[in-house]
Design a protein around this ligand. Structure first.
Ligand SMILES: [Zn+2]
Length: 479
């Protein structure tokens, strides 16, 4: 064999398909060899005792997302990249906003400029909050032409939510332009009804965030999101499924052959509503939507993962510091409904999934790779370039020490946020070295990548998101 630029030797290669003792050869940023022994290499990395896994793909994270009132999500592309590498993730799909009353292209140009500082490879979802005729007919085709193949809609949140009519318009546009639609499923009116009633009763502390949005509001919106997508024959992914009753809606639709997939996040496997009941305002550190449930629900979500109903675990990293003008206290501490929603979880995602999944015997190592690397890559049209270790793939590789125990702390997360909701949790299994396209970008917590070295990943149409051609009465009302 000709000399390779880099050989990772002596480790156990773990992919979605299996585990094998193999050396990995890398040249030109790609995997060029998988062999029992690779001798000729310009650089050799010894991986004895380590698991050689694909770099993580986080298909749902909010990075430096500008806000309508000025300012942006506190995490910059540089700090988010550092945090991602620290936790074994090498690619991400993040969000270009649309503000109600505004268009897409100006926001996209701004976001592209921000992303140029990234170290991790990345693609974008396009958020649609206001699908006017101009947005759908004139702007969306130009967004898709850039290789952006996923649209995001919110069925709740002021001011982001769309009505059913607007959601149908987005589904129809996605079908026409061959995009995936991703959906935040909670019932907007039901949540507002509950919030008003809770506030009227004087129940204003952070823990009432969970009371305002019980599983039934998620289940209802999940059912509706799927039914309307089925009506138009448009593939969708349900984001951040927090409970079994919402996942059951997905399972039922999958059994009918509907192209719907479900994603969940570590917070729905580890955090509970009780975390939001901590003294004072501490509970705000755990506030995200859907709200964390309880330990029994965690086990039901694990079961949905094992059944394959939920097949992607993303971070939904959407970070606000606890202190500071852009943080959790920006609207005061008196009312739960005014606290910004979202928690940081970029670096914690894979260590938590590994520890709670593989180390505790709930998942095989192959399942871990599927949930955190391969499936998100397939779902977002990044496969086979990302999410696997095979000939021709980008050499995004994380070396994991399956026996390394660490106590999670904010310093370990390496993000721009002043806290982690996982402070003090012990995990077993940790990424000790990370390579992005063959370049070492993290070693023993030290991130060495240069800002701007990340690449945008344009996505072409892919079979997973093609409509089935099954329409009610065969009538093509999809427009
Ligand atoms: Zn999100």
């Amino acid at each position: 064999m000709a000399e390779v630029e880099l050989a990772i030797r002596g480790g156990v290669v773990v992919t979605a398909e299996g585990m094998q003792r193999a050396d990995v050869g890398v040249s030109g940023g790609r995997v060029v060899a998988l062999a029992e022994s690779i001798r000729d290499a310009r650089r050799i990395v010894e991986a004895d005792g380590l698991w050689v896994m694909p770099g993580g793909v986080d298909s749902h994270c909010h990075i430096e997302e500008p806000q309508p009132g000025g300012g942006a999500n506190e995490e910059s592309f540089v700090t988010a990249s550092r945090s991602a590498f620290a936790g074994g993730t090498t690619s991400a799909v993040c969000f270009v906003p649309q503000w109600k009353g505004g268009g897409l292209l100006e926001r996209l140009a701004d976001y592209e400029a921000r992303a140029r500082h990234a170290m991790l490879d990345h693609s974008f979802h396009q958020i649609i909050t206001d699908p006017t005729e101009r947005v759908i007919e004139e702007e969306l085709p130009q967004v898709v032409a850039k290789g952006i193949r996923s649209l995001k809609v919110f069925l709740t949140y002021e001011p982001l939510h769309v009505s059913d009519a607007e959601y149908l318009r987005v589904l129809a546009a996605a079908r026409k332009h061959q995009c995936l639609v991703t959906v935040h499923c909670e019932n907007y009116d039901a949540i507002n009804w509950r919030i008003r009633a809770l506030l009227a009763a004087g129940l204003t502390a952070p823990k009432y965030h969970a009371w305002a949005r019980p599983p039934v509001v998620e289940r209802e919106a999940t059912h509706r999101a799927i039914a309307l997508a089925e009506l138009l024959d448009q593939p969708i992914q349900i984001f951040h499924v927090s409970c079994a009753e919402a996942a059951e809606e997905i399972a039922r639709a999958q059994a009918r052959g509907v192209k719907v997939w479900g994603e969940t996040c570590p917070q729905y496997l580890t955090l509970t509503a009780a975390h939001m009941d901590r003294p004072g305002f501490e509970g705000a550190k755990f506030m995200c939507s859907p709200a964390p449930r309880d330990a029994a629900e965690h086990e039901r979500v694990w079961e949905m993962i094992r059944r394959g109903v939920l097949d992607v675990v993303s971070s939904d990293h959407c970070a606000f510091s606890f202190e500071g003008p852009h943080g959790k206290r920006q609207n005061g501490t008196e009312r739960f409904d005014l606290v910004p929603n979202g928690i940081p979880g970029f670096a914690a995602r894979l260590p938590l999934l590994f520890s709670e999944g593989v180390s505790k015997g709930r998942l095989t190592p192959e399942q871990f790779v599927r949930l955190g690397c391969s499936n998100p890559a397939r779902m977002m049209g990044l496969w086979p370039r990302k999410g696997g270790i095979h000939i021709g793939a980008d050499a995004d590789i994380a070396l994991w020490d399956p026996a390394r125990e660490r106590v999670l702390s904010n310093a370990l997360m390496q993000h721009a946020i002043d806290y982690t909701p996982y402070e003090g949790m012990t995990v077993k299994g940790w990424p000790v070295r990370v390579f992005r396209r063959g370049e070492e970008v993290m070693r023993e917590d030290e991130v060495t990548a240069a800002p701007g070295s990340g690449r945008f990943l344009p996505r072409a149409p892919y079979p997973l998101i093609a409509p089935r051609g099954v329409l009610p009465n065969g009538f093509p009302a999809a427009g």
